[in-house]
Structure formats: C-alpha cells, structure tokens
Design a protein. Structure first.
Length: 252
C-alpha cells in the first residue's frame, strides 16, 4: 500500500493501537500527524518514525477540546499543507465493574473522549477534506459497541454511539467523496487492557478472555493497523459506513 503524498492524522498515537497505526502509515509513505495528550509519548513516537526514515510531527492535544483540535488541524496545514485521512483512535474506558459504581464525572469523560471527539474532529477536518475534494475517516470503535458484555456498560454505550455516529457521517458525506469507516477491535494487549478486564489482570483472567475468541488470541496494534490502512486506501474506495470487526471471530 502506498500513501506517499498523503497526510494522515492519528489521535491517541502516543501508545497502543494508535502508535502502531501511525508507524504503519509512515512506513507506507504518509506524512503523519501523531496526536496525543501525553506530550512525551507522542514526541517519542514521532521521533521514532523520523529515525526510521518516515515523516511525522507530534502534536500534544486533548481530543475533547475544540481549541486543541483546531491546533491539530493548523499544525497539519502548516507542516504538510492539508489532511487526507483522519484516524479517530484516542479512547478511554472506565474500569470494568458494575454499572452503578461508575460516577458521573467518569461517565462524562468516557463519552467526551470516545464520542465528542468525533464531533470535534468532523468540525475541524471535514472543511479541509471538502476543500481537497475528498478524504477519509477511520474511527476506532470496539466490539463492545456491537456485542456488549456486563461490567463495561457506559464504555459499551459510548462505542455504540461512536459507531452509529460514524455511519451517519458516512451517509451524509458520501456525495462529497468523504468516506467514513469503522474498525472494531477485540480486546487487545495495550495500556487499556487492565481496565477492560473483569477483575485483576492475571494470566487466568486473560486466558478466560482468549477462550471466548475463536481464533485464540487477543488483538495487537499490527492487526488494527492492517485494517485501518486498508480502509484508508484506494483499494477500499467503494466502502463507506462499514464496520470491520478485527476480533478473531468473537462477534460471530
Ligand atoms: N485495547 C483494547 O482492548 C481495545 C479494544 C477495543 C477497542 N479499543 C479502542 O482502541 C482505541 C485505542 O485504545 P488502546 O487500546 O490503544 O488504548 P491505550 O490506552 O493504549 O492508548 C490510548 C491513547 O490515547 C491517548 N488518549 C486518551 N485520551 C486522550 C485524549 N482525551 N486526547 C488525546 N489523547 C488521548 C492516551 O494517552 C493513549 O496514548 C480506543 O478508542 C479504544 O477504546 C481498545
């Protein structure tokens, strides 16, 4: 796959899936705008990409802030002249526990990071894509938004909202050549895993989760990067509003 000449914004690129996605796009020739609220992490990722011969800038930003997202769009314009692809990947969860144990502040934060961020991203990047005559969003949602399990109720709800929001964007933006697709990972070995797991993060609990995944393993950043680059490429140019489960058969 070749993204030479394209600019790709990846949020939550300071670690986990986002880091893997950013590195993959850079390897495929894209100019990457790596975004994260953890300044040191995002700097390290962009420096690693540059050291490997890729093009990247790191931008420290909170995806729930309109001003910060404006800063990201401006940084992309200043450094690379536009934006072709936006990967809305930054996300958080509350700890896996009974639903009434999650306080209101946590609920609000989960919805702000997982859902409002898509609204802000659209407000700042759709106008740039319109000007360019097209573009593409890939939003990282979750199997949690398709097949909810107990303990993650408010996270599940936020991912369900992110999925239907993305599909609605796809319907509305298609006539303008802007595609919007969704990747739904199954549990993955990232920084978020400890909060997603029911109970302590132990070999036993992990094994119990893996036993519910027909292909017999959790997801890795490379699995998600494979799906995202396909959905952002010309090879998928008739695909929009699609949800691609990268889940080893978990949702079957
Ligand atoms: N790990 C899993 O099991 C799993 C499963 C399904 C879906 N997902 C989704 O995948 C995406 C990536 O998750 P991950 O597993 O890589 O998690 P992670 O915690 O390893 O990485 C998330 C990154 O997002 C950043 N971030 C968090 N809030 C932010 C904000 N407000 N502004 C900017 N950056 C912010 C964090 O600093 C971190 O670098 C999330 O949307 C998550 O919901 C994860």
């Amino acid at each position: 796959m070749d993204f030479t000449g394209q600019t790709v914004v990846v949020t939550g690129a300071g670690g986990g899936f986002g880091e893997g996605i950013a590195e993959r796009f850079a390897r495929f020739g894209a100019s990457v705008v790596a975004v994260d609220m953890r300044a040191e992490a995002v700097e390290a990722v962009s420096q690693r990409i540059a050291a490997a011969g890729g093009k990247a800038i790191g931008v420290t930003a909170d995806v729930t802030s309109d001003a910060d997202m404006g800063k990201v769009a401006q940084a992309a314009l200043d450094a690379f002249g536009g934006v072709d692809v936006v990967v809305n990947n930054a996300g958080i969860t509350h700890k896996n526990r009974p639903m009434l144990e999650i306080d209101e502040a946590m609920y609000d934060r989960v919805f702000a990071v997982n859902v409002k961020s898509i609204y802000l991203s659209a407000r700042h990047f759709v106008p740039l894509m319109r000007k360019a005559g097209g573009g593409c969003f890939v939003n990282i949602c979750s199997t949690a938004g398709v097949r909810p399990r107990p303990g993650l109720t408010w996270y599940n709800g936020s991912k369900g909202a992110a999925i239907i929001t993305s599909r609605s964007m796809a319907a509305e933006l298609a006539p303008e050549g802007i595609r919007v697709n969704i990747v739904n990972p199954v549990m993955g070995e990232t920084g978020m895993l400890a909060d997603l797991l029911p109970g302590e993060d132990s070999a036993e609990v992990r094994a119990r989760i893996v036993s519910t995944i027909p292909l017999g393993r959790m997801s890795q950043p490379r699995d998600i990067a494979n799906a995202v680059t396909f959905l952002a490429s010309d090879e998928s140019d008739l695909i929009t509003g699609a949800c691609l489960e990268v889940d080893g058969g978990r949702c079957v």
